[in-house]
Design a protein around this ligand. Structure first.
Ligand code: FES
Length: 604
């Protein structure tokens, strides 16, 4: 005969959910834990029931069954303190409501509690699986993003992506959060997240969740302490056609009216415009002024479109609208001294832009694949004559070079600046070379999405910024070459890279290693995966991540050629210059991984 707990042992019967917010009704699996009289008032017992280690409490004449593993970092909760039905863990003092398992400390997590009852003198625990695990960890990911708690983000990502989970779901969570919770709109965090999502296919499978952790943690950090942003509604009735909206958008950006510009974006999206048309609208304004905010405006816009490619095109309205403010506030190089003096680069660009239509027309009359002047054009771009640079780009266009080929060549020249960056430069100048490269990469990617004469202006901007950076190659570091007669073993080189990057400033050695590996027949994809792992073990550096992602894109475009090798040499050098870091973020990831495996962290 079944008896109520208070009838059997003087305590009230409990009916609880195992996961307080997510639990759903389901099958029961009541198992005997102990005899009810083995748990008198004020006592606790730790038992293993159905494979679960559970601590039973009798507190204030009520029975409770709690998973003995603290959800924060796994400390045994049977060593905790109970006061007024609140259990406090003794490691970091997280507090839990014994009834529901809910925590009062968001960095911890709710602990699982089990329904308890007394029947025929036995204390029974219901260990049936309940709760929607995916939903729970999506909610916890939201908690981590809102409160910028790295460990919570890491644990959620690991749980959600365990056994090949869908990374587009966590990407989407970060994207939605990031564009709504930072008044200044799209920033470094969302750019890192998108870089990581782009890189995922190049990484080893077990590094992909870690990449998403870095991206999501960057979004949380970037939004922390910022007021939210509220998207401006589209014009009523979806008024105005796309050509008009494009004209208005550029005009509003010109006069630095971010709200008017944003309304054009939201109206264009709501009118049903397709991605290439939206991209054309935005990239035209991003190149109406020269090298806007050191290239960030176009770079971020390109990344926003790439983010939508990850199964999130329905988020186009809030994502693209989040860029409007950066357009209106953009720093225009027309107003900078170095673009005006001693040589007026703006005037050179503007004269060249007038010649683009004629050059395009001439190029159209050329047979396809007529142009093969990448190396020659890159050499001119790396030279000392900005007028010759503009002329060479126009000449290549007229000779049949496609927009993508020209933009790709400019990106290659920018990568060569990094490949030849001499370590006698000031350390901060890595960033100078980096900005030209990631901007050039953005133009290259964007022009494949939405080719236009307007966007080609970005390639001229990138080329002029590469020209301005020429001092970074004085003296020039020698790009490593490998004598075919003395090729080292490629596997050995690949395996030695992580140890090399454990030491500071192994810039030239890292470049030589990559060059040697590829020259010995090593697989570029395998090198990218190893470099990616080396990147992920470091603390996040915005520029290093951007640089690596851009180099991978460039290498992918150039293939197994000397130019493709230069792309990876450049990024290996950049990574080596910025390694090693303290690796604190990696420590958090390792803790989360060990917890997920069930390791006992408190034992070392
Ligand atoms: S509070 Fe329990 S392990 Fe940290």
């Amino acid at each position: 005969m079944m008896e109520r707990a208070n009838e059997a042992s003087g305590v009230a019967s409990m009916s609880r959910q195992d996961e307080p917010c997510d639990a759903a009704p389901g099958e029961h699996n009541w198992l005997r834990a102990i005899a009810a009289n083995e748990l008198p008032e004020g006592h606790r017992r730790t038992v293993v029931v159905g494979g679960h280690t559970i601590v039973l409490f009798n507190s204030q004449s009520r029975l409770f069954a709690v998973d003995n593993r603290c959800p924060h970092m796994g400390f045994p909760l049977d060593r905790g303190t109970v006061q007024d039905c609140i259990l406090t863990c003794h490691w970091h003092h997280a507090r839990f409501d014994l009834e529901s398992g809910g925590t009062f400390d968001q960095w911890a997590d709710d602990v699982r509690v089990f329904p308890v009852r007394v029947e025929d003198g036995a204390l029974l625990v219901d260990v049936a699986d309940r709760g929607d695990r995916r939903r729970h960890f999506l909610r916890r990911l939201g908690d981590g993003l809102e409160r910028d708690i790295r460990l919570v983000i890491a644990k959620s990502v690991i749980a959600l992506l365990d056994q090949g989970g869908d990374s587009s779901e966590v990407m989407r969570a970060g994207l939605e959060f990031g564009v709504r919770n930072r008044r200044d709109g799209w920033g470094a965090g969302l750019t890192i997240l998108t870089c990581m999502a782009n890189l995922a296919p190049w990484l080893d499978a077990d590094d992909r969740p870690r990449a998403m952790y870095h991206g999501l943690a960057a979004v949380a950090e970037d939004s922390d302490g910022h007021p939210p942003r509220f998207t401006i509604r589209p014009l009523p009735g979806g008024a105005a056609d796309l050509a008009t909206l494009k004209r208005w958008f550029r005009r509003f950006v010109e006069v630095r009216d971010s709200e008017g510009a944003e309304r054009c974006i939201t109206t264009a999206v709501r009118s049903g415009a397709q991605t290439p048309a939206l991209a054309d609208l935005m990239f035209s304004a991003a190149t109406d002024h020269r090298y806007l905010t050191t290239g960030h405006v176009l770079d971020f816009t390109n990344k926003a479109f790439e983010a939508l490619d990850h199964g999130a095109d329905d988020l186009a309205e809030p994502v693209l609208a989040s860029l409007a403010r950066s357009y209106a506030r953009g720093e225009r190089m027309e107003e900078s001294n170095e673009w005006r003096n001693p040589i007026d680069l703006i005037a050179i660009c503007e004269r060249a832009f007038e010649s683009i239509p004629a050059a395009l027309e001439a190029g159209r009359r050329m047979p396809s694949s007529a142009w093969s002047g990448r190396e020659e054009l890159a050499t001119v771009i790396l030279g000392e004559d900005p007028q010759a640079i503009a002329d060479a780009i126009l000449s290549a266009l007229g000779a049949g070079g496609s927009l993508a080929e020209l933009a790709g060549t400019v990106a290659y020249a920018a990568a060569l600046r990094i490949a030849r960056f001499h370590i006698s430069n000031e350390f901060g100048d890595w960033d100078t070379a980096h900005h030209s490269f990631t901007f050039a990469n953005a133009v290259h990617q964007a022009i494949q999405r939405a080719p236009s004469a307007e966007l080609l202006r970005g390639a001229f901007d990138a080329a002029m910024s590469i020209y301005l950076n020429r001092f970074l190659n004085v003296p020039a570091a020698r790009i490593p070459t490998v004598n075919g007669a003395a090729r080292p073993d490629s596997r050995e080189l690949l395996e030695s890279l992580p140890a090399l990057l454990d030491r500071q400033q192994q810039v030239d050695s890292a470049g030589a290693l990559v060059a040697g590996y590829l020259a010995s027949g090593g697989d570029g994809a395998a090198m990218i995966a190893v470099l990616g792992r080396a990147l992920l073990r470091e603390d996040r550096d915005f520029h290093t991540i951007q640089d690596f992602e851009a180099a991978v894109r460039l290498h992918s475009y150039l293939g197994a050629t000397p130019a493709g090798t230069h792309a990876l040499v450049a990024t290996a050098r950049y990574l080596a210059a910025h390694s090693p870091t303290v690796r604190a973020q990696g420590q958090t990831w390792n803790i989360a991984t060990r917890l997920h495996r069930g390791d006992r962290l408190f034992e070392g």
